[in-house]
Design a binder for this molecule. Structure first.
Ligand SMILES: Nc1nc2c(c(=O)[nH]1)N[C@H]1C(S)=C(S)[C@@H](COP(=O)(O)OP(=O)(O)OC[C@H]3O[C@@H](n4cnc5c(=O)[nH]c(N)nc54)[C@H](O)[C@@H]3O)O[C@H]1N2
Ligand SMILES: Nc1nc2c(c(=O)[nH]1)N[C@H]1C(S)=C(S)[C@@H](COP(=O)(O)OP(=O)(O)OC[C@H]3O[C@@H](n4cnc5c(=O)[nH]c(N)nc54)[C@H](O)[C@@H]3O)O[C@H]1N2
Ligand SMILES: [Mo]
Length: 768
């Protein structure tokens, strides 16, 4: 298994010291530079100035929440949000002519960045069996092809419908309705690869899949943990919220194997002070943890809290809360008291003193929030780790009170909303019952395929049809070579997309590109101009309305594509008004309001400034986990450790990419320029492994099968990552993640815990 095509090694690599602060003037300058390279000043202005404003465009970047109406800055966007939005608003176009000049076999050799840079997709295209070219097809014929395939399946479970978290609530609801009316729950999504572990652990312990924290809670916390996330690059507007919390007196503890720029210092570009001053120090304390050590950290901390309670009975734990709201405390306490310090220190790479200092911070704090992202969820023992974080919060009643709670920081701007409206292969019976009552058909009850299971089913020839609503499934998934072979077994693959990506080049016998409107564009339908709705990481549902002229007159909206496909495939059975849905998205929201709890009176409430804040039942003392109380849990996991001569590799995002799409080869904050084929290694590990600065190596992953997974020709960069750990970029390293390597229970790929060895290649002359 080798590199993906287009991933030639780079001679242009330069390395500068990692930055110790994030945002500030260079960030704004970089945003404008990127915007103007992609689009005109007028278009850039129109998108940026309405971004995240009441009645404007929801940033298609991350899911971070907006401040309350009236408290938004005129420029309520960050450098990276500006890049993402202008990547969509680009004036470059991929036309039928383009495809005449580029056979699919050639496109399959291009890099991810190159494919994205070709611009917006403009008309529906088909690649027919045996052909190496995409050619134009009418919308009607495209729907005909898909309907024919779908109606000839032996079972509806031979179809898979993937969703990426960019899709609006309206499109997502229509898609899941179509899939279930067809008869399948095969609705994998990007969340299977993102926060599935959080959903699993939180459901089990608190009875909710969502975070319990609002922006207001964050602003008023005394102590905030940032565990396994890189907000400077991936949630830059979170830094503004943290700055605000600090102004209110909060302390912040960052836990990460990498000293990320955004964790250290922040210069707010929206304030004069941020432009000139030294900025705000973000993390008061930085725990340079070993990858995968977080479960041990929180267990050690929990043990220290129990012992503090022993020393000062009645003063440390929130006994009233534990008694009234939780279950399982005694078993948990007995278990955690037995956790050995040598194990904790070995797993974390921290000293006992460091963990005791954290305990003291906790004891001095009335209100604690824990934020986490992919550094936690993408490990084999992600679920027990998050359960232990919940134990930690429960001990001092840091759940359900103002200024406290669990804050899984979501990725895609609407990944949470898509789940709320039914994109999940395991929606509970209550949801399916509501669908049945509303639409009068019997939805399938057996769980469908998640992302990893879908790939396995393809490999076993159990899938004939794949439709992707947004996203880049082939590149986001693990074990790239295996996934690519699996996808090629499908008879028909179709993608509803805005930009060209690798999933269009690695396809089924017949392949369709279904180009669609983006968030930035106005959406005109029979009943007039439409808006869509989305839900952010803090469960606020609000509108998003585009302002730009669509990239091509041939584009259809996601809702239109899905409604027409459904009508063509299902005809009148069951009797669902697909035409009306397409004509007026309000008709979809009316249905959602009767199916999804909390979204009653959707059309009226969602257009109010600030939208609908969905209440998390946990904040009202309701735990819908079957027990009716928050659960303390006992967690054990084998320590994640690379054998001697190996390192534990994490695959992460640079500062200049959106998931599977790198924009440039630079990672400004980490000081890497001109190449993404780098592996960051601790200098002491380099010495021990006999590796030199910039040495060329192959990354070879080690797994209990006899498949060789090798990512070729990376340069070793000495970097202050924790000992025993290494870091490289996603998606270039996805081929190293075995399909079988998943988190227990959540089935989420372990993108942050890959055992690798670094194999030196024959030395090449270094560029001077
Ligand atoms: N600009 C930009 N913004 C984005 C995205 C993007 O690609 N570009 N993607 C969006 C999406 S979908 C998501 S899910 C989020 C992702 O946001 P993040 O989760 O911040 O993304 P990653 O780059 O995967 O970074 C994971 C962080 O976890 C740390 N880490 C790795 N392993 C461990 C560990 O074992 N323990 C601890 N404590 N830390 C660890 C890494 O060093 C890194 O800082 O961002 C969203 N926002
Ligand atoms: N190794 C490794 N792998 C990972 C991760 C990791 O950290 N490491 N992270 C995982 C995570 S957290 C996630 S969320 C997944 C991401 O997986 P995906 O969500 O599947 O991937 P994206 O790269 O966000 O998808 C980009 C494509 O979406 C399409 N698109 C963009 N905007 C729109 C729109 O408005 N409408 C439509 N219809 N299409 C649009 C464009 O065609 C673009 O090429 O990857 C996962 N994979
Ligand atoms: Mo994500």
């Amino acid at each position: 298994m080798k590199n993906a095509p287009g991933e030639e090694p780079d001679e242009a690599l330069t390395v500068t010291p990692p930055k110790e602060w994030a945002a500030g003037v260079p960030a704004v300058a970089h945003a404008m530079e990127y915007s103007l390279a992609e689009t005109s000043p007028l278009r850039a202005g129109r998108t940026l100035l309405t971004m995240n404003q009441v009645d404007g465009i929801d940033c298609p970047g991350c899911a971070w929440a907006d401040p309350a109406p009236g408290h938004r800055h005129r420029n309520e966007y960050c450098e990276n949000g500006a890049k993402h939005i202008n990547d969509e608003a680009t004036t470059r176009r991929v036309t039928a002519d383009f495809f005449r000049g580029h056979p699919v076999s050639e496109l399959a050799r291009r890099s991810d960045a190159w494919l994205n840079q070709q611009g917006r997709l403009t008309e529906p295209m088909v690649k027919r069996p045996g052909s190496d070219f995409y050619e134009p097809i009418s919308w009607s014929d495209a729907f005909g092809l898909m309907a024919e395939e779908l109606t000839s399946l032996d079972s509806p479970d031979q179809a898979v419908f993937y969703t990426s978290g960019r899709a609006s609530n309206e499109a997502a609801f229509v898609l899941q309705l179509f899939a279930r009316a067809l008869g399948t729950n095969n609705l994998p999504d990007c969340s299977n690869m993102c926060h599935e572990s959080s959903g699993y652990a939180l459901h089990e312990t608190l009875g909710t899949g969502k975070g319990t924290v609002s922006l207001h809670d964050l602003h008023h916390a005394d102590l905030i943990f940032l565990v396994g996330q890189n907000p400077g690059s991936n949630h830059p507007r979170q830094l503004s919220a943290l700055e605000q919390a600090k102004r209110n007196g909060a302390r912040i503890i960052a836990v990460n194997p990498l000293p990320e720029a955004g964790l250290l210092r922040f210069r707010n570009p929206q304030k004069p002070r941020g432009v000139i001053g030294p900025g705000v120090r973000i993390a008061d304390r930085f725990l340079h943890i070993r990858a995968g050590g977080d479960l041990a950290l929180f267990q050690g901390l929990n043990r220290l809290l129990l012992e503090a309670e022993d020393a000062r009975p009645g003063e440390v734990l929130d006994h009233d809360f534990i008694r009234s709201d939780t279950s399982g405390f005694d078993e948990f306490a007995a278990h955690v008291r037995g956790v050995g310090w040598s194990d904790v220190l070995a797993a974390t790479g921290l000293t006992r003193e460091e963990i005791e200092q954290v305990r003291d911070e906790v004891l001095a704090s009335e209100r604690v929030v824990v934020c986490w992202a992919m550094g936690i969820t993408q490990h084999r023992h992600a679920v027990p780790t998050i359960r232990e974080i919940v134990n930690f919060l429960l001990l001092r009643g840091n759940v359900g009170r103002a200024g406290t709670g669990a804050c899984p920081v979501r990725g895609h701007s609407n990944v949470q909303g898509d789940r709320t409206v039914g994109i999940w292969e395991q929606m509970p019976d209550s949801f399916l019952d509501a669908l049945q009552a509303e639409f009068g058909f019997d939805p399938p009850r057996a769980h469908g395929l998640d992302s990893v299971k879908a790939i396995k089913a393809m490999r076993e020839d159990r899938v004939r049809f794949f439709l992707g609503l947004a996203g880049n499934f082939v590149r986001a998934a693990p074990d790239s070579t295996v996934t690519e072979e699996a996808v090629r077994t499908c008879r028909l693959t179709a993608h509803i997309s805005t930009k060209l990506n690798r999933s269009h080049t690695v396809c089924g016998r017949t392949a369709l590109i279904l180009p669609t409107l983006g968030r930035t564009e106005w959406d005109m339908q029979a009943s007039g101009e439409q808006f869509v709705t989305v839900e952010n990481s803090m469960s606020e549902v609000h509108t998003s309305r585009g302002r730009l002229e669509p990239a091509s007159p041939l584009l259809l909206s996601e809702v239109a594509i899905l409604s027409r496909l459904a009508r063509r495939t299902l005809g009148g059975t069951p009797d669902i008004p697909w035409e009306q849905f397409e004509a007026d998205y309000g008709a979809i929201r009316d249905r959602i309001s009767r199916v999804v709890p909390g979204l009653h009176d959707y059309n009226r409430r969602v257009t109010r400034p600030g939208g609908i804040p969905l209440t998390n039942p946990v904040n009202e003392g309701v735990y819908a986990n079957g027990v009716g109380r928050a659960l303390f849990t006992r967690n054990t996991a084998e320590r994640l450790q690379a054998p001697e001569g190996h390192l534990l590799l994490q695959s992460m995002r640079s500062h200049d990419q959106w998931n599977t799409v790198p924009y440039t080869d630079n990672d400004r904050y980490r000081g890497i320029h001109g190449s993404r084929r780098v592996v960051l290694v601790n200098p002491d590990d380099m010495a021990e492994l006999g590796l030199a600065d910039r040495q060329n190596v192959d990354l070879v992953s080690v797994w209990a099968d006899d498949v060789e997974r090798r990512a070729e020709d990376f340069r070793v960069i000495p970097y202050p990552t924790a000992r025993g750990c290494a870091a490289a970029y996603y998606p270039e390293t996805n081929l190293l993640v075995p399909l079988e390597s998943v988190a227990e229970n959540s089935n989420q790929p372990t993108y942050k815990g890959i055992v690798v060895r670094l194999e030196p290649r024959t030395p090449r002359p270094m560029p001077s």
